[in-house]
Design a protein around this ligand. Sequence first.
Ligand SMILES: Nc1ncnc2c1ncn2[C@@H]1O[C@H](COP(=O)(O)OP(=O)(O)OP(=O)(O)O)[C@@H](O)[C@H]1O
Ligand SMILES: [Mg+2]
Length: 340
Amino acid sequence: MTASITEQRAAVLAASSANSGSREVVLDVRNLKVYYSTPLGDVRAVDDVSFKVYQGEILGLVGESGCGKTTTAMAILRMVQPPGGIVGGEIMLDGIDLVPLGEAQLREVRWNTLALVPQGAMNSLNPVMRISAQIQEAIVTHEGKQDKRKLKERILNLFTLVGLPSRIYDMYPHELSGGMKQRVCIAMAIVLNPSLIIADEPTSALDVVVQRVVGQTLLDVKRRLGVSMILIGHDMGLQAQLVDRLAVMYAGHMVEVSPVATIFKEPLHPYTQLLIESIPSIKERKPLKLTEGLTHDLRNPPPGCIFQGRCPKVMDICKQVKPPLAEIKLDHQVACHLYD
Ligand SMILES: Nc1ncnc2c1ncn2[C@@H]1O[C@H](COP(=O)(O)OP(=O)(O)OP(=O)(O)O)[C@@H](O)[C@H]1O
Ligand SMILES: [Mg+2]
């Protein structure tokens, strides 16, 4: 008899914990390609992207609008909708490749292991259902009927974990502030004890103070549950405060991955350098640094490096040969011919 996905994962986890000494890899995305098919050709939204997420870390995923962050997240959850689809690569979660899994096996993995706080999550709460009922529904759908008192206790514990007052239990979404709604969404993501949470821009559309509160909530959740996270965002300042490692995407490609302190101190890719130089500073008034030019059409990527059209340091080789993402210093990967 074939072992269920849960049994297979347990076996892989037991084997990897026996192999002590190295950091445990929770997610290993290898050469992932996700294309959207259009009448004018395939949009290569994610084109040969590889990265890892380690146990108990927050990996930040940044890059300009349209570079493929949400598509990467949706692919990990196997939730890319047509006309999009995964056309290549592997998504190894706790040692099991999610790409070939069928719907029944995927249902087992989603929520139990993986959880999503989607982009614009707080606006997707059901406006006519009390907060408690929405969280109860998530639990009962996945775990079956439960004792009402225990269910309430569990939800109130969740509220404490994400810094929400118990009085919101019987409230409706419109009675809550944006920050509170976003923390309800984080509570819904952690309710089933996942091993990886993907939060897609959980702080955008919130004011700066509330952004910090929601950010702190994510940090608390990580510390107390030991869960791994992918935190997608634009705000480099917030990323600097929250994440352990930072992954930078440009036009469907991963261009740099490194521990966050290293990348801020010594960004290697010219795109990352521009991204960091463009962070406004209160101490020093300087003209905002803009990246000249436009991203190329994702249907017709040029031969060579994808950043060549906007790169201030472009060389001849960049127009011919695509630079691979290579580890050029310990734990610091970059895809750029400057470091060949
Ligand atoms: N249904 C679709 N059909 C065609 N192209 C699509 C479709 N959905 C997304 N794309 C394209 O895929 C690329 C990646 O989009 P994605 O939403 O992943 O970007 P993102 O990095 O999350 O951007 P943002 O920061 O704005 O959320 C974009 O160029 C987008 O235009
Ligand atoms: Mg997005």
